[in-house]
Design a protein around this ligand. Structure first.
Ligand code: 5AD
Ligand code: SF4
Length: 477
């Protein structure tokens, strides 16, 4: 047994101990940030349900409240401290246990602020100690002491943590943790540690289990999915790691992982977020092209269209290389569609640089653009750069980008009208209970009238109306 497995067995003992103390107890969990954090929360929920807790969406009913934090952008901080303040009243009334975890807890200045201004918080845990939540909770229940369980390491991969999934149609599978890229605006490498990949066999098993449970879609998650196993293969090459059990003999790259998951019966769709343009090798393009279950829809973060800015951002590609990559993928996979992330107003960004970004948006024609106003993050090189862009300029650029993006989306939406799209039916529409909702391969929402029995199946729909952020579809058989 490996040391990580021993640790998880140890945590199972704590789970048993806590379950003896819990009687009808309820937990509330609030997740901020990205899908990786959502997946972490699913693991927290899984552990808690094993400990006899059940979930409540109403924090006033809860015995335990967990806030799973994000620190990629600033507004999350204000939101967190507001929430912690609100919880104080409930703590006094209901003896609520308050636990705060996730990325923000890896930041020293946040830990200090919590200690000083919010001393009533019971558990502070970081990104590397999530698996130890049963032990931390057990200690609080037994001793009522305040616990800070945050470690600053490069990270370890733990398997077999119980999981309770929040989505019954699409299953998220984290394939790698951490990031090695150190883009100069980004806090992630400091709070999530270095890249480390899960073993192929563990990922395949998780995907097979999802298929057995009836899941049709798998979303592979990681900060930089196309460098899956890169660090491990490098270590093997240098003799720093020995592949004793042949774990990497069949699958040693992201492309091969896609191919292996494509073979799993029952799974109909495979998505992945996010790849890095610099690691988008030909074998990955070939795998997307040849695997019928892999969506021909690629989220390809651009961040900026200016080569000068990309250098300042440490992105390791130029505007031309990005556009060439898009062209190359389009040549191999003619039906492919793209979405992207863009930051406006990063330090040093001039009007000319910004126009380069608009130019790339104009040229590529993304299906969706996630736009972010640059937010200075303590500890990153970007925060120390001299020429910060004034707030009003950032907002003005953001609005111009938004206008272009919306015009481009309106154009590309027109092309859908009258086409037949494969749609994975996700459930009843939130805005109209007599309708169902689903998504196309290119992640567009389609609302349509059909029988509920179709939920969790892939059907053909004709796109008949364009409502900008969703389409109306009709059954064709
Ligand atoms: N400010 C604004 N946006 C950021 N992102 C990452 N760091 C920052 C920051 N400091 C954006 C990037 C990334 C997405 C997940 O968040 O576009 O791709
Ligand atoms: Fe942040 Fe860049 Fe890593 Fe993405 S690739 S997590 S933007 S450092």
């Amino acid at each position: 047994m490996e040391i990580e497995d021993v640790e998880i067995e140890n945590q199972k003992e704590f789970m048993k101990k806590v379950s003896k103390k819990t009687n009808n107890k309820k937990y509330f969990i609030l997740t901020m940030g990205c899908q990786l954090n959502e997946n972490d929360s699913e693991k927290l929920s899984g552990m808690l349900e094993k400990m006899g807790y059940s979930e409540t969406k109403d924090v006033r009913q809860a015995n335990l409240a967990i806030l799973n934090t994000c620190c990629v952008r600033e507004n999350a901080e204000e939101r967190l401290f507001g929430k912690v303040g609100e919880l104080k009243v409930l703590k006094e009334k209901n003896d609520l246990i308050i636990a705060i975890g996730g990325c923000m807890m890896q930041e020293k200045h946040i830990q200090e602020k919590l200690k000083k201004s919010y001393p009533y918080v019971d558990i502070i845990f970081g990104t590397h100690t999530l698996h130890k939540f049963p032990e931390d909770l057990c200690r609080v229940l037994e001793t009522r002491e305040k616990i800070k369980d945050v470690i600053d390491i490069n990270g370890t991969v733990y398997e077999n943590i119980p999981i309770k999934r929040s989505n019954k149609i699409s299953g998220s599978v984290t394939i790698m943790y951490g990031c090695n890229n150190f883009c100069t605006y980004c806090i992630v490498p400091y709070v999530r540690g270095r890249e480390r990949s899960r073993k192929p066999k563990d990922i395949i098993k998780e995907c097979e289990d999802l298929a057995k449970q009836g899941y049709k879609e798998i979303v592979l998650l990681g900060q930089n999915v196309n460098s899956y196993l890169k660090s491990e293969m490098e270590e093997i090459k240098q003799g720093k790691r020995i592949d004793e059990n042949g774990d990497y003999s069949q699958i040693d790259s992201f492309a091969k992982l896609l191919k292996a998951i494509n073979m799993i019966d029952g799974i109909e769709r495979i998505r992945f977020i996010s790849p890095h343009p610099k690691d988008f090798t030909d074998d990955v393009i070939e795998a997307i092209s040849s695997c019928e279950k892999v969506c021909k829809f690629i989220h390809l973060p651009l961040q900026s269209g200016s080569t000068r800015m990309l250098k300042i951002m440490n992105r390791k590609y130029t505007k031309e290389q990005y556009l060439d990559l898009v062209d190359k993928i389009r040549n191999k996979i003619p039906s492919v569609k793209f979405s992207t992330d863009i930051i406006v107003g990063f330090a040093e960004e001039s009007e000319e640089d910004f126009k380069e970004t608009l130019d790339v948006v104009q040229k590529v024609g993304f299906e969706q653009v996630y736009m972010f106003i640059y937010s200075r993050r303590v500890g990153t090189p970007g925060d120390k750069m001299k020429n910060q862009v004034p707030d009003d300029v950032k907002h003005e650029r953001f609005d111009r980008l938004k206008e272009l993006v919306e015009n481009k989306i309106a154009d590309s939406n027109k092309e859908y009208i009258g086409t037949i799209q494969k749609v994975l039916v996700e459930g009843i529409s939130k805005n109209n209970e007599s309708m169902l909702t689903g998504r196309t391969d290119s992640n567009k929402v389609v609302v349509f009238d059909a029988d509920k029995s179709l939920i969790n199946s892939v059907i053909d729909l004709k796109i008949v109306e364009d409502h900008m952020w969703y389409f109306k579809g009709e059954r064709i058989n």
